[in-house]
Design a protein around this ligand. Structure first.
Ligand code: ADP
Length: 428
């Protein structure tokens, strides 16, 4: 057996993602690059044999938990991935570098480096993901045409981003020296980047934030870090890595998670794009609103939602949402408290999702990161095979727990306005 064939039987990449929808984003990017991908929710079963899989993506919820918890879980995930035979680890965080001065990106990366990276070797930091319009120029992170600190991330409830300078953001979270590699080095090619890695390492720099403005930059960087034991970044660099690795492997085509059957959207995301997607859906399809205040006042909104589902599910896709305007959300939060409003909403939407599956729903879109976490947990989904992307960062997943059920986890701001209408037809 040749070296290439031996390698192809084991996953080469193990991704540790700090939230569920971010994990789906990476998984979709890898499938798009022709990889066979399994996504797990929580740490995979170490006794599980994962042959004929190129990449394992572990979805954690470690973005906003206390840093020691995030470190412990990420290390446990990394150790399990290594025991499953992965050759390279990828720590995936948000392309908007969602974090605070306490972490969790720095502490998690430090712990992974300590255990898996030989002393004196540098680790790259590349949040830039041009497909999602996140770019890094001179170390400064842009969301579209806005500086990160002037984008909507400035007002994020958990990780407000008031600085756009990635080396400075990371340096506040780690004692390891953080350096920077500009886009002109990237344009000079992978060998030039590797020689800069060596120069920086010689100066005791442990992290290099790398400018990435285009997919071409990501491809060059992917080639430059091909043999690094640990790579960190957004979903963009994973595509560059996959492109370089892909040429080393002889693979079967990616798993085809083609969804069919009764279809529904459950939305708890109140992000601008989700609201546009709901507005577009509402023009031609039936919607039901779940109001957390009405639930707190004792109305059985879950039963009403499932009655609505029973009456409409057979006639085409339906949508059940708690999604509301910022004014309505703040009204609910004032009445119930922020945490209580979220808890009531996530609990109700999870019960509704469970009810929908019970009613025969076979294609389920869940909108919202936190909402996805709650629904996936309620449905008891632990492992899924990743299918093609409906749009960048949003693939269909075929669950192992319930083989006929396909789910799509959409983070708040991803997708185009027509996503809830187009997602089903896309794969038919
Ligand atoms: P996104 O990916 O857009 O950030 P999330 O699901 O992560 O979406 O977060 C949305 C949060 O808002 C969830 O905790 C959800 O329960 C909460 N939420 C949703 N609808 C309402 C509402 N009508 N009132 C108050 N909170 C809500």
């Amino acid at each position: 057996m040749t070296k290439t064939q031996t390698k192809a039987n084991f996953p080469w990449l193990g991704v540790i993602a700090d939230d569920y929808t971010g994990a789906s984003d990476v998984a979709g990017t890898l499938v798009d690059a022709g990889m066979r991908v399994v996504q797990t929710f929580g740490i995979p079963d170490p006794s599980r044999q994962l042959h004929d899989v190129d990449c394992i993506v572990v979805s954690l919820k470690t973005r906003s938990v206390p840093a020691p918890e995030a470190v412990e879980e990420s290390l446990a995930a990394a150790r399990t991935l290594k025991s499953l035979g992965v050759q390279q680890l990828y720590f995936k965080y948000c392309s908007t570098f969602d974090s605070t001065p306490e972490g969790n990106i720095g502490p998690v990366a430090d712990a992974l480096r300590k255990e898996f990276v030989p002393a004196g070797q540098l680790t790259v930091v590349a949040p830039g993901t041009p497909a999602l319009r996140r770019t890094v120029y001179n170390g400064v992170l842009f969301a579209g045409t806005h500086l990160l600190q002037e984008s909507s991330m400035r007002h994020h409830p958990l990780t407000p981003m008031s600085d756009s300078n990635v080396p400075r953001l990371l340096q506040a979270q780690t004692k390891t020296l953080v350096g920077h590699i500009g886009y002109s080095a990237i344009e000079a090619g992978a060998a030039a980047v590797q020689s800069l890695f060596q120069n920086l390492s010689a100066e005791a720099t442990g992290y290099a934030v790398v400018d990435t403005l285009t997919d071409r930059h990501l491809a060059v960087l992917g080639a430059a870090v091909l043999d690094h034991p640990l790579v960190t970044g957004g979903s963009g660099l994973v595509g560059g890595l996959a492109a370089s690795h892909g040429s080393r492997f002889q693979r079967e085509p990616a798993h085809d998670a083609r969804p069919t059957g009764p279809a529904a959207v459950v939305a708890g995301s109140c992000s601008e794009m989700t609201r546009m997607q709901i507005d577009a859906f509402r023009q031609s399809r039936p919607c039901f609103l779940v109001d957390p205040v009405a639930i707190a006042e004792g109305r059985d909104v879950v039963a009403e939602a499932l009655l609505f589902a029973r009456e409409n599910l057979a006639d085409g896709p339906i949508l059940i949402h708690s999604t509301a305007s910022p004014q309505e959300v703040s009204r609910a939060q004032k009445k119930l408290g922020r945490a209580q409003a979220a808890e009531i909403t996530e609990d109700s939407l999870s019960t509704i999702a469970e009810g929908l599956v019970g009613l025969g729903c076979r294609q389920l879109i869940v909108a919202g990161g936190e909402t996805s976490g709650a629904v996936v947990r309620r449905l008891g989904i632990t492992t899924a095979h990743v299918g093609r992307e409906v749009s960048p960062g949003v693939p269909w997943l075929k669950t192992e727990t319930d083989p006929g059920l396909s789910i799509l986890l959409k983070s708040g701001n991803l997708g185009k306005p027509g996503l809830f209408l187009d997602a089903w037809d896309h794969n038919r």
